[in-house]
Design a protein around this ligand. Structure first.
Ligand code: SF4
Length: 419
């Protein structure tokens, strides 16, 4: 039957189709014989079975989600009530910075010029991470990691212990002498750059425009050395989206391609629970088109991706718009811990300086003993029991993706076997 001759769906034909035991379909169309494989290559329809055609874009990186499902052993141990080591820890190596980006969350975490975790405490901590099974460390925190002279040694030690490392840096002060070693030992290096030209750089990073050239030169050198030595380290750029850098989105996407980095990711600026950064989440929706245009610059070797889950949060339900979350309890902190650049251990970054949740200090205590201690687990339990994630927490914190998943796991629906 041709497309034109098909009756409209709302008119049920009078005559039953005799081959179907008196049943009518609502279209009246003939029922196809499925036993024959279609061999006409030009046919668009089903029943060919020539194999997958791979139409979905494969995710090389999972920027807009989590990877907890790849750590089921740790998840199951947690479900059994065991005192697990975190899978990943984000940590600052310093509590100060050599730029002053207008969106900086570190400011609300109380930066202190000159304060940093001491080298011996850092190395002891890395040893402990290797011993208890921490799988990765992100030198991402409340200060610039490259300003801590122990960065390279800590990274080499972690690599020797089988602990993956990565860092997020403003890219200004990466010592060229240690670049090859960092590229050898780190899984990825992310340069936080929210501008594609010197004017935008000055505006957003509050730094001299000539520093833009310095960052670009450093990224270029990282890419050159990585390629020269054949290291696997991924190199990327990240823009923290604020209205002041909307005009830089496409420029930076083009810059990333020209520099030969692996990705350019765009995430929204997260505000604190007190709204100190003045983020208007609704405003992000106005640049969706621009972000899609930037994403279209992706190619086989270069991923441009916006973190849509978070950028679009203002476009979701009224509930979520107001900062409410899609879960009611935070279970994520035992899996992903955050440590301040002064060596103080907390369950999460937004809770830095909230003394009630302080776990310990890497200068005065062993991390290994901390994780085994009653106090450590009391703090995590305090989060579960006392925190109202809808009002006590910064919107879209680091553990947010994990929390959505863990909430589901903790609140199963009925009839589980009917998968
Ligand atoms: S949900 Fe709240 S308590 Fe949990 S990690 Fe995020 S900010 Fe911290």
């Amino acid at each position: 039957m041709s497309q034109e001759s098909k009756p409209p769906l709302h008119e049920l034909p009078d005559l039953p189709l005799v081959r179907h035991a008196g049943h009518k379909t609502r279209s009246g169309r003939a029922i196809v014989d499925r036993s024959e494989i279609v061999t006409d290559a030009k046919s668009e329809g089903p029943n060919h079975f020539t194999g997958p055609t791979f139409r979905n874009q494969r995710q090389r990186f999972r920027f807009d989600g989590h990877k907890l499902i790849y750590h089921l052993d740790r998840l199951e141990a947690w479900q059994r009530g065991e005192r697990i080591a975190p899978i990943h820890i984000d940590m600052g190596l310093t509590k100060f910075c050599n730029t002053a980006c207008i969106y900086c969350y570190g400011v609300v975490q109380k930066m202190e010029r000159g304060t940093m975790i001491a080298g011996d405490a850092l190395l002891r901590f890395v040893e402990d991470c290797g011993a208890i099974g921490v799988r990765s460390l992100g030198f991402i925190g409340d200060g610039e990691p490259t300003l801590n002279p122990a960065l390279a040694e800590a990274t080499a030690l972690a690599a020797s212990l089988g602990v993956d490392t990565a860092m997020a840096t403003n890219g200004l002060k990466i010592d060229p002498a240690v670049m090859p070693q960092l590229l050898r030992d780190m899984s990825w290096i992310r340069v936080n750059l929210s501008a594609g030209d010197a004017t935008g750089f000055q505006r957003v990073h509050q730094s001299h425009s000539r520093n833009f050239d310095q960052v670009v030169d450093n990224v270029r050198e990282l890419v050159r050395l990585r390629n020269l030595y054949g290291y696997a380290c991924t190199i990327g750029l990240q823009m923290v989206l604020v209205p002041e850098c909307y005009d830089q989105i496409i420029k930076e996407a083009e810059l990333g391609a020209a520099l030969g980095v692996d990705y350019f990711v765009i995430k929204h600026c997260s505000d604190s629970e007190y709204g100190e950064l003045g983020v208007n989440y609704e405003d992000f929706l106005s640049v969706s088109e621009l972000l899609r245009e930037a994403e279209s610059l992706s190619n086989d070797n270069y991923v441009v991706q916006a973190k849509w889950h978070k950028i679009n949060s203002a476009g979701e339900s009224d509930l979520y718009k107001a900062g409410f979350r899609k879960y009611d309890v935070c279970y994520g902190t035992p899996f992903l811990l955050q440590i301040s650049g002064n060596g103080k251990v907390y369950p999460c970054g937004p809770f830095f300086n909230k003394d009630r949740f302080l776990i310990g200090d890497l200068h005065t205590g062993s991390f290994r003993e901390m994780v085994a201690s009653d106090h450590y687990w009391r703090v995590h339990q305090d989060i579960v029991n006392s925190v109202d994630v809808h009002k006590d927490c910064a919107m879209g914190c680091r553990q947010d993706y994990l929390n959505r998943f863990l909430w589901d796991l903790k609140n199963p629906p009925e009839h589980l076997n009917f998968i």
